[in-house]
Design a protein around this ligand. Structure first.
Ligand code: ATP
Ligand code: MG
Length: 737
């Protein structure tokens, strides 16, 4: 871990309330000092909105103006809430509640349910889709996967706009909503869905807010109790507030006005769920005495990244776009955004993984890199490509770290050892704190090398390894710290939900990336159909997609790469086109791209190769050989999933794998991994080993055609693998590089 990351993990807490203000520019400071009455901050991405409100809270608390327990800060994702708790703690305001609307409401609901309704709160449904499918079946409607998704979103929209089933058809007509299906039929499925929920005694995500709103409306005693607890409210990402969340906020506030909201209308990306930037943009109308502050200095991104972000917004239309603010970068110049066109998706994933490996080699920590895509289903191929390239990655949001079972168990073990002090025989040989932690966690499954394969065992190991790293960082930051100090630190972090950085590349959807930032960001899959997504049809939906891309671009501090693939599978028809949103911004993409608009500082520089049109064509001859479409060797179907392509058969088709050979290959891989000091998947992934054990290659030529092998691995491991396949002892030459 770099010293820089260190200081963000264990920074100094400001000495005084005034010192909290030191880290702010004049407008941000104005936000922090406006502690009374309604406050609205309208500002673009990376201008320090989140920073301004966390400092505002910390200043108010540290100066003794607001009691920490009287503040409720709300934001939109668990991860953002975790981030905010972390920042507050670092500013010496740890006692403040920072939650999502959902978790704040759930907590209140759990607490007040016995009093308001009686009995226990019904179980919370994790996913709606199955119940919607059951409801549709009861209504004798057959829905495929996409239709199910559409109906589910309609139900969600209806609920957050507080529309009951009977009113749904009228409500969509009134909102001029473009419905995917017959509104009367959707209304019926919605009604049946609500009935099934009652029958099965479950509640869904939206019910948590609806029920809380219901209780606060009906029970003045309970509303008063909550209002006595919280006097000050702060809302981050306010552009995405839904009518239901706004209603809850109004109920929390009552007739008081200590409300501070911050947002950026150009980052509205949840209107498909019923959210609207109107509450942000009309704040002054609702609160005529509000202090309104605008921020334009962008502290996050280089002028090159900001130039592209401004260019994207320059083409936006609609109400949100009318309120856009031109961003001004405060950072030193960096490389221009890189645009890369690939022949097919696997090539795009491999190319991205290769660039990531190169970036890591130049010193960018893996944890400071993200790959962002439009839909979660795109992750698999990138997981595979990163595993093939030997790059660690993480999909899971870091916010739930302390809730993971293995982390809780590890906590119990560490606490036990701390309590036993010097009397725990486990700690006899441990010289320092990290060694003690390693010794304790080795009883829970930690090993110095990661276990083979992926899945639950690997996940468990990753969590324990993150704890070991945290202990190492802690010991470095606080020399002389004991195991008890560490346990106290872990408790505090668990309370603040501030997980240690998992040192892997982040794979996330654009929606989940909101509010976050990385040194290097890869925006992948930028083709028409994905960006904008096929089901975005109306002008408003298209504009929302454009804003989503804007959110993606503005996540990058320095390195930004945008890529797309012309066909899905190798050898497929190159029928795809790059996203329309980059037209005129990406060099060589049309009229706007000539003078002025597209030509920001360093704009053309990253387009290495200099292939005529200005976009890097990573599929140029010599860089990657074109493969024909990959077909299942059992049933002949054309394969499209990365994992299946690797196996060269459908996952469900019968495997003719030689199990003994597979086991021998795995043992050999373990040995190589140990020898190289790398995780086993860096040698070969499970899927590649399986494909080898199924095809039993007899020559270099046969081996290299197996996906995941490639020329480099052929050189390093080919002789060994072919020997094992031939039933001989491996003993080929090894390249230690
Ligand atoms: P988004 O719209 O994406 O949520 P934001 O407006 O909330 O962005 P922040 O995340 O608060 O922006 O800040 C962006 C980055 O700039 C952070 O790394 C933050 O620490 C840094 N930053 C903000 N203000 C300042 C400042 N005055 N001095 C130095 N760094 C700053
Ligand atoms: Mg923010």
């Amino acid at each position: 871990m770099t010293p820089a990351t260190h200081s963000t993990l264990f920074p100094q807490v400001p000495e005084s309330a005034d010192a909290v203000l030191d880290g702010l520019d004049p407008e941000q400071r104005e936000v922090a000092l406006a502690l009374h009455g309604p406050v609205c901050v309208l500002a673009g991405a990376g201008t320090g909105k989140t920073r301004a409100i966390t400092h505002r809270i910390a200043y108010g608390v540290r100066a003794g103006i607001v009691p920490p327990a009287g503040v409720l800060a709300v934001t939109f994702t668990n991860r953002a809430a975790g981030e905010m708790r972390g920042r507050l703690r670092q500013l010496g305001a740890g006692g403040v509640q920072a939650r999502t609307f959902h978790s704040a409401a759930l907590r209140q609901l759990q607490y007040f349910w016995p009093k308001a309704v009686g009995g226990e709160l019904p179980r919370l449904l994790e996913r709606k889709v199955q119940l919607v499918a059951d409801a549709a079946a009861r209504c004798r409607v057959r829905l495929d996967r996409n239709e199910l998704r559409d109906v589910t979103s309609e139900i969600e929209w209806a609920k957050v706009t507080q529309t009951v089933p009977a009113d749904y058809p009228a409500a969509v007509a009134k909102a001029a909503r473009d419905c995917p299906r017959d509104p009367a039929e959707t209304g019926q499925i919605y009604a049946m869905y609500e009935q099934l929920k009652r029958e099965r005694d479950v509640i869904d995500f939206e019910d948590v807010l609806l029920l809380t709103v219901g209780i606060l409306q009906d029970r003045h005693d309970i509303a008063d109790q909550i209002r006595r607890q919280y006097q000050h409210f702060v809302v981050d990402e306010y552009q995405d507030v839904s009518p239901l969340q706004q209603r809850l906020l109004d109920l929390w506030l009552g007739d008081r006005d200590s409300l501070c909201v911050v947002g950026d209308a150009s980052q509205t990306i949840y209107s498909f769920t019923g959210a609207t930037p109107d509450h942000l943009l009309n704040f002054r109308t609702r609160h005529p005495d509000a202090t309104v502050i605008k921020l334009v200095r962008d502290y996050r991104s280089t002028p090159q990244v900001v130039h592209l972000a401004n260019g994207l917004l320059g083409q936006a239309r609609g109400r949100a776009a009318e309120h856009r603010l031109e961003l001004i970068s405060q950072r030193d110049p960096g490389p221009g955004p890189a645009y890369t066109e690939y022949a097919d998706e696997p090539a795009e994933a491999e190319g991205t993984a290769r660039r990531i490996r190169d970036l890591i080699a130049t010193g960018v920590p893996a944890g400071e890199i993200a790959v962002l895509y439009r839909v979660n289903a795109q992750s698999e191929i990138y997981e595979q490509a990163l595993a093939d390239a030997g790059v660690p990655y993480q999909l899971r949001g870091a916010e739930r770290f302390f809730e993971r079972q293995e982390v809780r168990e590890a906590g119990v073990a560490l606490r036990g050892a701390a309590r036993a002090g010097g009397n725990d025989p486990l700690l006899d040989d441990a010289e320092d704190l990290p060694a003690q932690v390693r010794a304790v966690l080795s009883t829970k499954g930690w090993t110095s090398e990661p276990p083979a394969g992926s899945g639950a065992v690997r996940d468990r190991w990753e969590s324990l390894a993150a704890l070991v790293r945290l202990a190492e960082d802690f010991a470095r930051a606080k020399p002389g710290a004991t195991l008890s100090d560490l346990v106290a630190e872990l408790d505090e972090r668990a309370a603040a939900q501030h997980a240690p950085t998992v040192q892997g590349v982040t794979l996330a959807s654009l929606h989940a990336a909101k509010g976050l930032e990385w040194d290097a960001v890869f925006l992948v899959g930028l083709t028409e159909g994905m960006m904008p997504i096929t089901y975005a049809k109306t002008d408003e939906q298209i504009e929302e997609e454009r804003r989503l891309l804007y959110v993606g671009v503005t996540r990058a501090r320095v390195h930004l790469t945008l890529s797309w693939a012309l066909s899905r599978s190798p050898g497929g028809r190159a029928s795809r086109r790059p996203t329309r949103f980059l037209k005129g911004l990406r060099p060589g993409s049309g009229p706007l791209g000539t003078a002025g608009t597209g030509g920001g500082p360093g704009f053309g520089r990253a387009l290495g190769g200099g292939t005529g049109g200005g976009t890097d064509r990573a599929d140029a001859p010599g860089r990657r050989k074109r493969r024909g479409p990959v077909r299942c060797r059992v049933c002949g179907t054309t394969l499209t999933e990365a994992g299946e392509m690797k196996l060269m058969r459908c996952e469900d088709c019968p495997s003719d794998m030689d199990e003994g050979l597979y086991e021998r290959l795995r043992d050999w891989r373990m040995e190589q991994a140990r020898r190289l000091g790398q995780p086993p998947y860096c040698v070969f992934t499970d899927k590649t080993l399986m494909a080898i054990a199924e095809r039993v290659p007899a020559s270099d030529g046969e081996l290299v055609t197996i996906a995941g092998v490639g020329v480099r691995k052929l050189d390093r491991f080919g002789a060994d693998v072919l020997a094992i396949c031939a039933g001989e002892e491996p003993g080929g030459s090894h390249d230690e590089a």
